[in-house]
Design a protein around this ligand. Structure first.
Ligand SMILES: Cc1cc2nc3c(=O)[nH]c(=O)nc-3n(C[C@H](O)[C@H](O)[C@H](O)COP(=O)(O)O)c2cc1C
Length: 222
């Protein structure tokens, strides 16, 4: 049986990952996938804050309600959990080639908090679907609001095609190649999130891109 758990931690500083499946369904394929992601993170020395979409579910956004200073409990919980963690991994279903409405609605509510908590948060997106595309089109739609809000959405996404046939009875991924690809995707994301969190020299390099003249002070690696 292929092992979904990778162990390539190699001295990484531990981070906290908010991990959730954006499905409200009991037998969700995305929930199965995100549970495997949680295993990889823990095996590689970081902490998992496992959430369920129902904790973040919100009534439809209404600016009149917000103007009264009332935020739904789901939005407050989502905001608090984002702030309590260093990075986020979401496994989201694709609905009509796009983001499920309840997830976009929760993002819209959370975007109204100040400071806006998605800003500069690292996010990895994955999806699972019975289709051959694996829900990947929905992830491209999900990138748009997240990137708009300043989230650092990882370039490589993982979409599990024919997901209804992809799991073993024990909930692991059947296909060995996919096991490797899935684990590597998460570990590479962990490495980037760790570097961004613990080595702020990345931000100095960013400033240099905007046209600063070369200077030993800004080139120095911290
Ligand atoms: C309203 C609705 C729209 C859907 N649209 C798509 C779609 O565009 N692409 C797709 O691959 N699957 C689509 N599906 C099927 C879902 O991928 C499938 O139900 C999947 O199992 C949902 O994820 P979950 O198992 O994590 O709940 C749709 C399902 C619903 C209910």
């Amino acid at each position: 049986m292929p092992d979904t758990v990778h162990d390539k931690s190699g001295g990484r500083e531990p981070l906290r990952f908010l991990v959730f499946s954006a499905s409200l369904r009991k037998d969700s394929l995305n929930t199965r996938l995100i549970k495997l992601a949680a295993e990889v993170i823990e095996k590689n020395g970081s902490r998992v804050d496992y959430a369920e979409m129902k904790e973040f579910d919100c009534p439809s956004y209404n600016q009149d309600v917000e103007t009264e200073g009332v935020f739904p409990a789901g939005a407050t919980e989502f905001r608090n959990r984002i702030l309590a963690n260093d990075a986020i991994i979401i496994s989201s279903p694709e609905f009509n080639s796009s983001v499920p409405g309840f997830l976009k609605n929760a993002i819209d509510w959370v975007s109204r908090f100040r400071p806006q908590p998605f800003n500069e948060r690292h996010v990895l997106l994955m999806s699972a679907s019975p289709s051959m595309v694996g829900g990947n089109r929905g992830l491209w739609s999900l990138r748009i609001p997240l990137e708009h809000l300043g989230a650092r959405v990882y370039p490589n996404m993982f979409s599990l095609a024919t997901a209804h046939k992809a799991f073993t009875p024990e909930g692991k991924l059947e296909d060995k190649t996919l096991v490797t690809r899935f684990g590597d995707n998460i570990i590479n994301f962990m490495n980037l999130a760790e570097a961004a969190t613990h080595y702020p020299c990345m931000k100095k390099a960013w400033v240099e891109f905007l046209g600063e003249k070369p200077d030993p002070v800004t080139e120095r690696v911290e």
